[in-house]
Design a binder for this molecule. Structure first.
Ligand code: DGL
Length: 273
């Protein structure tokens, strides 16, 4: 089977890894978190593009057969460059505004994402393809990622900040909310507390993993992985640019999957900035 690299600025991509382990437990994974540099969402396009490319090149050199850029911000700013430079399949993640427009009953959709994602050409090009009858209330979730990184997703502090960010979305009468950052599925409980159960939450991790599955099937059909002799599957190696052990502990707290872990080894120096 295959080795899949999953990359995010921090712990957000664990929401995608969790879904990947549920749908594709037969593969092995490297989860790479650039927590020393999170959040990406308030950094420049150039910085995000260069750093994301550097990390994906590392994953390709670590023998990954495919990469998931499990970060909306890095996908928006860098996926074009990554695909041009890295010679393995690269799957990205985008805010689910299209399924949201299809599912919304009243045509008012909230989009909570990072500032960089909302400003990006890629996001705005996607937005321009959607019917103008649907109104999107875009809100940057400034400050939320650091709280989630600090393990405070369910804290009062997070609830207060989230309430401020969700106010315009709520005031506009949105019946659907796009979780446009992979960190935000970890705020589900807090969002439900603030907005109730009737709002539809759109999270694209299922679609991203289905796309990964198609890519891996194509690779396997090309016989590259036939008769793999690897014994161990569904194992995850966690690498963080900040603290590998802390990342692994966070993963165990945040994810539903039972984790089969590789020993934590020290972060390769080239990832430390
Ligand atoms: N998890 C990320 C995303 O999906 C990045 C958040 C950040 O680092 O600002 O956008």
């Amino acid at each position: 089977m295959s080795l899949v690299g999953v990359f995010d600025s921090g712990v957000g991509g664990l929401s995608i890894l969790d879904e990947a382990l549920r749908q594709l437990p037969e593969h092995d994974y490297i989860y790479l978190a650039d927590s020393a540099n999170a959040p990406y969402g308030e950094k420049s396009s150039e910085w995000i593009a260069a750093r994301s490319l550097h990390l994906c090149q590392f994953l390709a050199r670590a023998n990954c057969d495919a990469i998931v850029v499990a970060c909306n911000t890095a996908t928006a700013e860098a996926i074009k460059h990554i695909r041009a430079q890295v010679n393995i399949p690269v799957v990205g993640v985008e805010p689910g505004i299209k399924p949201a427009a299809m599912q919304s009953q009243n045509g008012v959709v909230g989009v909570l994402a990072t500032e960089a994602t909302l400003k990006s050409d890629k996001f705005n090009a996607l937005l321009a393809t959607l019917p103008s009858e649907c109104r999107f209330i875009k809100q940057a979730g400034a400050g939320l990622v650091p709280l989630i990184e600090a393990g405070k997703a369910d804290s009062e502090e997070t609830l207060d900040l989230l309430a401020k960010h969700l106010e315009p979305i709520q005031d506009a009468g949105s019946d659907t909310l796009v979780l446009g950052c992979t960190h935000y599925p970890f705020l589900r409980k807090a969002i439900r507390k603030l907005l109730g159960d009737s709002i539809t939450l759109i999270d694209t991790s299922d679609a991203v993993v289905r796309q990964l599955k198609r890519q891996l099937e194509t690779l396997e059909q090309s016989k590259k992985f036939a008769n793999s002799s690897k014994q161990e599957h569904g194992a995850v190696r966690f690498i963080s640019s900040k603290d590998d052990v802390a990342l692994r502990n966070m993963a165990q707290d945040l994810m539903r999957s039972d984790l089969q872990l590789h020993d934590v080894s020290s972060t390769p120096l080239e990832l430390v900035e």
